[in-house]
Design a protein. Structure first.
Length: 239
């Protein structure tokens, strides 16, 4: 069995089907991208994996264990961390304290949590900001802090939701470099991103969805050239 697998995943909100019989698997060590137009169901998939929403039907497996009925805190504890599209740090706490909050998942010791937080802050190149209150950080650093908080929970699988959204090209390059270092540290990644240049350059494989259903799956270039993907993004005239 794969490191991570979603089987016939479906989520309905009343009469709206946000995710529709979606299946995919992720191998250990991959950077697996999910793309699709606005409203295609990408973040809903993350919310199902992290148990922010319960699944309507289908199964989610992680390291040979079915996890779709576990509560959110147990999902985090077994090694699945995530970031959110809209970053919401603990505003009146410092960067260091924000990261320590994540580290407390694995330790009850303030000393150990502080030590782990300092390691992660260093890894994320945020040493110069560790004593600054989170509310004073610009968006690029808030996004980096969001990643650092997730890393503090010591995930084996990390879900990244639009890490590069709102960043300029230089800031995006720095974010991509960090994501690659996270993968090189042994953490498998599933990433949602609208910026195709980012996804093409960073993903090992890409799943394209629309209306909650798969429209293409494969290597980045294959998916980018798929007629259904072009149609979903640009319309029938370009397919």
């Amino acid at each position: 069995m794969s490191f991570f697998e979603a089987k016939s995943l479906t989520k309905k909100f009343g009469g709206l089907t946000a995710v529709n019989d979606l299946s995919f698997s992720v191998e250990k060590g991959e950077i697996f991208g999910i793309i699709g137009p606005n409203g295609s169901g990408k973040t809903t998939v993350f919310n199902l994996i992290s148990r922010f929403f319960p699944v309507t039907s289908g199964e989610i497996w992680f390291q040979d264990k079915r996890i779709d009925a576990l509560p959110a805190h147990e999902i985090c504890k077994i090694g699945i961390g995530r970031t959110f599209q809209v970053v919401k740090p603990l505003r009146r706490m410092t960067v260091q304290e924000n990261v320590m909050a994540g580290a407390f998942l694995r330790t009850g010791s303030i000393t150990n949590a502080r030590h782990r937080a300092e390691e992660i802050i260093n890894f994320c190149n945020m040493d110069n900001y560790k004593l600054r209150e989170a509310k004073g950080l610009p968006i690029p650093l808030r996004k980096r802090l969001e990643i650092a908080r997730a890393l503090a929970t010591e995930p084996q699988l990390l879900l990244l939701d639009e890490t590069c959204a709102g960043l300029n090209p230089k800031e995006s390059e720095a974010a991509i470099e960090l994501i690659r270092r996270i993968r090189d540290a042994g953490i498998t990644i599933i990433i949602i991103e609208h910026i195709m240049k980012v996804m093409m350059g960073i993903s090992d494989r890409i799943l394209a969805i629309n209306f909650g259903k798969e429209i293409a799956l494969g290597k980045p270039q294959e998916v980018a050239n798929h007629p259904e993907v072009i149609k979903a993004y640009l319309g029938d005239a370009y397919a």
